[in-house]
Design a protein around this ligand. Sequence first.
Ligand code: SAH
Ligand code: SF4
Ligand code: F3S
Length: 439
Amino acid sequence: MDKPKKLFVKTYGCQMNVYDSERMAEALGASGYVETASPEDADMILLNTCHIREKAAEKVYSELGRFKGLKAARPDLKIGVAGCVAQAEGAEIMRRQPLVDLVVGPQSYHRLPQMEARLRRGEKALDTDFPEEDKFAHLAERPRARRAPAAFLTVQEGCDKFCAFCVVPYTRGAEVSRPAARVLDEARDLVDRGVREITLLGQNVNAYHGEGADGDWSLARLIRELAGIEGLARIRYTTSHPNDMTDDLIAAHGDCDKLMPYLHLPVQAGSDRILKRMNRAHTAESYVRLIERIRAARPDILISGDFIVGFPEETEADFQATLDLIETVNYGSAFSFKYSTRPGTPAAERDQVPEDVKSDRLHRLQALLSRQQHAAQEAMVGRTVGVLFEKPGRLPGQMVGKSDHLHAVHVVDDRAAIGDLVPVRITAASAHSLAGERV
Ligand code: SAH
Ligand code: SF4
Ligand code: F3S
């Protein structure tokens, strides 16, 4: 048998890219590749890219430039670009950076083995189709290796919402849900291999409407079925849109023990004028009411969000409305960004806010959000929460894991093993993590 070839994969962007990178490595496993942690000894380098903001997309070209020396030393080295930049820019990538041999979009990576065969014949390979066939059904038999205790599982992909700033509906395509039976099979397989926590993924995961045993299933129905899997201890899902937070999903937060008390629910802005210009189809008020209903179902739920500052035409008063909304909601964690112009999206054509104004607003917004985040961490001190140990810490006998509320927690515990889910009393909060002791 041929000696295995080595594959180096680097992942940018969202959790779905992390999931996709694993699937691509499995697909290329069928062509004789094993993964390596360093590009220097790889036979193939694959960058799984993100197009969400200009900086994310440009990073790919600077990274590719760095592989010039490697490729010159070893002309047999194959270099591929996958993910959302591949989908958005296609053949342009090979024109701009001729050392690229392969470009594959997020909907065609099940065809990687055939593409790799073309590379071996000395050809280049490009595939950015949105094929009719289901890529998940075509992926290679999974190697039955043991897995880390927390895993991602894609249940829905794509988006029909077309927020005026966003490339995702173009790079990931229309919203598609996987059949419930496929999801349940994959979840059982993960649990058999040591997984105790599953995060269900989708660009609009709460819009899930997969084919079930008795008609289409909602995300809430899917979660309740998953909760029946013995050995699976925790369920999370991300990312959700406010308009798809249905009553049954809110109810699940109240009565499904395995559904963790953490919800990432982006609002983007607090000014109704800007929300309208963003095509978000909700108001600040409707979002705040929604958060109240979710908190009524699960009072200790930690709310997380995404914010964009400096969207075209955003005034100081609009920005102040975002700060007001943040004060009202009180976030436990958040991600915030300066608006980045994305070619081909409606907002790219509008009056832009100057860069220094965006920077100033981002600074003020982040100061408020980090105050709230620290307060949420401090509020955990003295409480006992579940912690799932994921890896050893830096100190002897120390373990690091995630709490029910998705805080990183350090625990010194000689008896602990990776994959243990134990009650921990939180004793201290620091900038980015908590410390605690097993009870
Ligand atoms: N599907 C998810 C995630 C979209 S991308 C959702 O609907 O929330 C993640 C975040 O990136 C978005 O929530 C938004 O806050 C941010 N984002 C998207 N496009 C952006 C742009 N053009 N400029 C700055 N931030 C952007
Ligand atoms: Fe982008 Fe809006 Fe769709 Fe989220 S809901 S992926 S922000 S278009
Ligand atoms: Fe980026 Fe594509 Fe995810 S643009 S955020 S990798 S869906």
